[in-house]
Write a protein that binds this ligand. Structure first.
Ligand SMILES: Cc1cc2nc3c(=O)[nH]c(=O)nc-3n(C[C@H](O)[C@H](O)[C@H](O)COP(=O)(O)OP(=O)(O)OC[C@H]3O[C@@H](n4cnc5c(N)ncnc54)[C@H](O)[C@@H]3O)c2cc1C
Length: 366
């Protein structure tokens, strides 16, 4: 009766992974996406790192989410004939002996994700690095080429005839009342009918009142694609930013965090910050090939924003992947799909029900 059961708005990393999860379960899906400047996924470095930079503790539920993510990316990259995710060793530079002592303490307890410090980086790379004697190796890190991943999915979705390149506005949705003829409700959009509307618009979501009451706290990020003629460093170096090897003497250098002046395009200020990050990592001469910028859909409490709109039936959000889209997206998509198809509960930490008070206040003030 519906043209498709689900309409997913946005085909960044969130929308892509969600659509794959729905198709995998035999669901009918359409996607609306407009190539928008400043989308996070097009600028993402694609790094996964088991440790949080601030505390050096394992990231929230990393050891549950990442195996699922790797399995999904490996399968989809093989099907779509693109390079698979690449596990890479990560050398973490620490500022002083105190941090190294802390590192060694948690290395004993964190088990799977960090190894004890092995002292300085391998001697053959010493002259290419500005890293002092305090450092440790992290296992379980790696990189996915996110831009290539979503581009390959986009081709797939276009071939399947399920992706429309169009700008979505909530005001062009006509909700259908639940009635005897239409017990499950649903809506019309662009001459088609759907049962569920799933919003995956990244940071753009904050501009629309429908979910704009949620505590988005977006952060612009910039990074550089660069080339060096020096010997290729084969591991990720993480200090106040990171240097990530891409092979063939190419690197990604990033990332900046800008919370106040959010520009969807690269800035001079960003470039200065990236140069500062570079100086802290390497004396190598880097030729800049590109400067990229995107706006991360980060959230005040650093947890995803997933679940049902408090008032509008059949309307859901899939957002808030923040700085950890690569490791979290596949597990989050599974949870939302299990919720939609089987009625399973969402984790309370990700369910937007936790912000019901904000929603009520926003209604009250309107
Ligand atoms: C510089 C930088 C580096 C990063 N590095 C990493 C990293 O190393 N590891 C990691 O895990 N994460 C990283 N991230 C974060 C990661 O990019 C995000 O978590 C993830 O990409 C968010 O995906 P998304 O689909 O929610 O949002 P987006 O990628 O922003 O996608 C939203 C999509 O919705 C579409 N859209 C929006 N509004 C509309 C509309 N009205 N109509 C139609 N379409 C619309 C946009 O065109 C876009 O395609 C980084 C981000 C940045 C900016």
């Amino acid at each position: 009766m519906f043209d498709a059961r689900f309409l997913v708005v946005g085909q960044g990393l969130a929308g892509t992974v969600l659509v794959d999860a729905l198709l995998e379960r035999g669901q009918s899906v359409h996607i609306a996406d407009q190539h928008m400047v400043g989308a996070a996924s097009k600028a993402a470095a694609g790094l996964w790192n088991p440790l949080t930079a601030r505390t050096l503790q394992e990231s929230w539920r990393f050891s549950t989410f990442m195996p699922l993510a790797l399995q999904y990316y490996q399968k989809k990259c093989a099907e779509r004939k693109i390079d698979p995710p690449r596990p890479l060793p990560l050398l973490k530079a620490l500022p002083n002996q105190h941090s190294l002592d802390h590192w060694n303490r948690i290395a004993d307890t964190a088990g799977s994700s960090c190894e004890k410090s092995n002292g300085p980086p391998p001697s053959e790379y010493e002259d290419q690095l500005h890293i002092g004697p305090y450092c440790g190796w992290v296992k379980g890190a790696g990189q996915l080429n996110v831009a290539a991943f979503i581009e390959a999915a986009r081709h797939d979705f276009i071939e399947l005839g399920i992706l429309q390149e169009s700008f979505f506005q909530i005001k062009s949705v006509e909700w259908m009342p639940q009635s005897g003829v239409m017990p499950q409700g649903g809506f019309k959009w662009n001459n088609n009918t759907y049962e569920y509307l799933l919003m995956a618009r990244g940071h753009q979501e904050r501009f629309d009142p429908i979910f704009g009451w949620l505590p988005f706290n977006p952060a612009q990020g910039e990074l550089l694609e660069a080339t060096s003629t020096d010997r290729q460093i084969p591991f990720i170096v993480h200090a106040s930013g990171f240097l990530l090897p891409l092979g063939a003497h190419r690197y990604l250098l990033g990332s900046t965090y800008e919370w106040d002046e959010l520009s969807p395009t690269p800035t001079e200020k960003g470039l200065r910050e990236l140069m500062r990050i570079k100086e802290g990592i390497t004396p190598m001469k880097l030729q800049i090939d590109a400067q990229l910028s995107g706006i991360r859909p980060t959230v005040a409490d650093r947890r995803p924003l997933i679940g049902a709109h408090p008032a509008q039936q059949n309307l859901y959000i899939f957002n808030g992947l923040g700085t950890k889209g690569v490791s979290m997206a596949p597990a989050m998509a599974q949870m939302l799909v299990d919720h939609l198809l089987k009625g399973c509960n969402l984790l309370p930490e990700i369910d937007i029900q936790r912000f019901l008070g904000r929603y009520r206040r926003s209604i009250h003030q309107a």
